[in-house]
Design a protein around this ligand. Structure first.
Ligand code: EPU
Length: 282
């Protein structure tokens, strides 16, 4: 279920039919002190080989995948596929999400981590997020109340149910062209068709993690079935036979080498779900 195609099983996999069922589930998990995580599109997670000893929720049922348009604002369920959604908005001449071209995942997951790149972040197009707390309480947060920053929001334990985007009506040819231009840039510079989780590290302030890893000579470094991409050094790609532990090994190797050579501490961007046997449940 992840883009890496790595990681062990979940103790429970739950696919609630609607927000009410999800609210009951999160309350029950909280009362029983069972860890619960929402797996969005699985594009930015690395799950331990041991799996996850808790509840994994997928918001893939129809009530979480609805899209409603009202003029230039569009509301999308958290389970909507980000790439398809941003492409459809661009084709319809709704501008604001072209910067999401080439970014896989779900709308909810993308908002949670404020996905983006040099062309813009998703937070820049958000008007409001419908949020569910672990006690089952619903809340609406405006974009200003979401605490959007570089690859972050303040969702923490809360779950995004739906997101309303404020887009602008524009010439469909122009928005579609811009989407395609950004997509072409990504396919030329990133290994988009390989099994990966996108960029592994956040860019340190004023610098590029990819460029530093590249300059450290780590492109192509390999452990088991995992290797540092030769196309973009901030990607680790997994081949047949790879294990999560191979990727974790490379993550440590990269951090060590970059710290030693450039005195820079790289911070992991992917969400790592560790198994019970490895100690902490994050
Ligand atoms: N570079 C290298 N070697 C490499 C990779 C990059 O020298 O192996 C150099 C490039 O030549 C360029 C600079 O580093 O001069 C920056 O590279 P790039 O334009 O690819 O951007 P990035 O900072 O590495 C960011 C996001 C990407 C996003 C791209 C494009 C982060 C951590 N990464 O990458 O996001 O797609 O901009 O918008 O913010 C992701 O978050 O998963 C991700 C892939």
């Amino acid at each position: 279920m992840t883009w890496f195609r790595l990681g062990g099983p979940a103790r429970w996999l739950c696919r609630p039919r609607d927000a009410e069922e999800l609210a009951r589930l999160v309350r029950r998990a909280r009362d029983a002190e069972v860890p619960l995580k929402v797996l969005g599109g699985g594009a930015n997670v690395l799950i331990s080989d041991d799996g996850f000893d808790g509840v994994v929720v997928r918001l893939d049922q129809p009530s979480f995948r609805q899209v409603q348009r009202g003029g230039h604002s569009v509301r999308a369920g958290a389970g909507v596929d980000l790439m398809r959604f941003s492409k459809e908005c661009s084709e319809a001449g709704l501008s604001g999400l072209e910067c999401m071209a080439g970014i896989p995942g779900s709308v909810g997951g993308a908002v949670r981590m404020n996905a983006g790149g040099r062309f813009g972040d998703i937070g820049g197009a958000v008007r409001e997020v419908e949020v569910l707390h672990s006690d089952g309480r619903l809340e609406r947060r405006t974009s200003e109340q979401m605490g959007f920053g570089y690859r972050q929001s303040n969702l923490d334990d809360a779950i995004a149910l739906s997101v309303t985007f404020e887009l602008s009506e524009s010439d469909p040819e122009a928005t579609k062209g811009r989407f395609e231009e950004i997509f072409s840039f990504k396919t030329a510079s990133q290994p988009l068709s390989a099994k990966s989780a996108g960029c592994i590290f956040k860019n340190p302030p004023g610098s590029s993690a990819g460029a530093l890893i590249d300059r450290a000579g780590l492109k192509g470094a390999r452990r088991g079935g995992a290797s540092v991409s030769t196309r973009h050094a901030n990607f680790i790609v997994a081949e047949v036979g790879a294990r999560s532990s191979d990727v974790l090994f490379l993550i440590d190797l990269i951090r060590e080498r970059v710290a030693r050579e450039f005195d820079t501490a790289l911070e992991v961007e992917v969400d790592i779900w560790r198994g019970a046997r490895e100690g902490v449940l994050v």
